[in-house]
Design a protein around this ligand. Sequence first.
Ligand code: ACO
Length: 403
Amino acid sequence: VIDIRKLYGQTGMFTYDPGFTSTASCSSKITFIDGDEGILLHRGYSIEELAKNSTFLETAYLILNGELPTREELDKFVKGVTYHTMIHEQIQFLFRGFRRDAHPMAVMIGVVGALSAFYYEDLDTDDPYHRMIATYRLIAKIPTIAAMCYKYAMGQPFVYPRNDLDYASNFLHMMFAVPCEPYHVNPVLARALDRIFILHADHEQNASTSTVRLVGSTGASPYAAVAAGIAALWGPAHGGANEAVVKMLEEIGSPERIPAYIEKVKDKESGVRLMGFGHRVYKNYDPRAGVLKESADEVLAMLGQKNNPKLAIAKELERIALNDEYFIQRKLFPNVDFYSGIILEAMGIPTMMFTAIFALARTVGWMAQWNEMITDPEQKIGRPRQLYTGAPRRSYVPIDRRG
Ligand code: ACO
């Protein structure tokens, strides 16, 4: 706590907490994390139980509404989301303004932000109806937009959503169906992808969620707030890490080269970090990484890739790191991004889409947190203070008397 009265005559007390390591910006009933014990609960239910027993849309309902739905409530919710899967035809023209090789996250920031121009009425964030419709629209349209990003990059025609399919199957259909041949969604892959969605659905006040809350606190359109969340998620220190993990495993290339890579990571001069390792809150195994490690074994065995070289390198890397003093001392464990990329790659999803898939799933958390923030009577516009360390007050010097 700093007495800022000592600084240039300002008044008041505040905490100086760079990176918000110990400052709560809000109260929330949605997600609980015990970083020391490696516990993650959504509305009181453990992530392990949800990943095992629930579906993504059921978990979405829980995260948004606070309780698990009855059969009737779930049917209504699924129908509500499914109704909104199409995007406005005009949005196709937006895609054409992007380079084909643009990163899907760059395109998603633009296209999701542009939804504010198509659904201007949802700017009325005081109206519960508009908040609900905006929530349905975002959860329903984001898989369509993400799949369109992929199709656009591939130079293939966009594939319309199929509302007879479940959420994950429909996404796989929009990604991989082509007009010239039939495409059948593999139900095991769809279930594995659905589980990946569940594991990424919410994670309390991380950088992207805090961004959504901050933007939303100004009364901005929810589409603009979520576009800002996508931008925050893109960074390699946040959601972009899943892509970076696969690149790192490719760079390592074989288990024998792991010790040399670990030495490079430990050398601070190298600036290299072990991607998919470490977490601001978890100082223990990220429970999501535990579920994904098991899922990686299942999915790869099912695909006949039991000896997948990247999985072998990842497991050996984890074993070596968890026995190394550098990682033990700093409490660095695998996080959610460590195994997810290996599963997605084995499913045929290209690396460039990994963070887009994270964004797709996290949209549920962003909208739950946005709704909670908007309806919280104590919520004010997000406005952090700063510790001013610049020049004291001084008089203007005309240009010909300077230097
Ligand atoms: N590899 C090597 N060293 C690391 C790593 C890592 N992945 N992560 C942290 N460290 C070291 C730091 O160098 C630092 O060492 P020091 O005390 O000797 O200076 C110490 O551990 C603490 O690190 P901080 O950067 O202070 O930890 P912070 O909580 O700010 O960072 C973060 C958390 C950004 C996730 C970090 O661990 C990291 O960069 N990990 C790699 C990227 C990654 O996997 N991100 C995904 C996170 S999960 C998610 O966003 C969905």
